[in-house]
Ligand binder design. Structure first.
Ligand SMILES: [Zn+2]
Ligand SMILES: [Zn+2]
Length: 129
């Protein structure tokens, strides 16, 4: 079987990406920095080894939100795209919402659950409400 290839991109199409194989992990992040970067109450990411992904187009821009952290976005339309941090030096984390088929990438856990908004009811795969 050939490994899956997933593609995605920003809202305006200036940035596209391609990721080979299944992600190493998929999880929600409830931290306040992700919240500010995306404007959404929770983020969800798929983590890939850097050598499995390719980012194309001329719109990719990154903002260093804290030392060693790069948050990638489209410089034209503003879509939040990636997170890269020194803690995971070989990985690129893609926001699930920018995959062409996000339904195929299922979160199985949570990061920074202690920062979860109290009114937000969100479940990873296998969790009960
Ligand atoms: Zn764009
Ligand atoms: Zn976060």
């Amino acid at each position: 079987m050939t490994p899956p290839v997933r593609e995605g991109g920003c809202l305006c199409g200036a940035v596209r990406f391609r990721a080979e194989g299944d992600p190493k992990w998929v999880a929600f992040c409830h931290c306040s920095s992700c919240r500010r970067h995306t404007g959404a109450p929770v983020s969800a990411y798929a983590g890939y080894e850097r050598d499995r992904v390719a980012i194309t187009g001329d719109g990719f821009t990154a903002f260093s939100s804290s030392p060693g952290v790069r948050r990638g976005f489209c410089g034209r339309c503003g879509s939040a795209l990636t997170y890269e941090g020194e803690r995971w030096p070989t990985e690129v984390h893609f926001h699930l919402g920018v995959f062409d088929h996000p339904e195929s990438v299922v979160p199985t856990g949570h990061s920074f659950i202690e920062e979860r908004l109290p009114w937000l009811d969100v479940h990873a795969a296998g969790e009960r409400s």
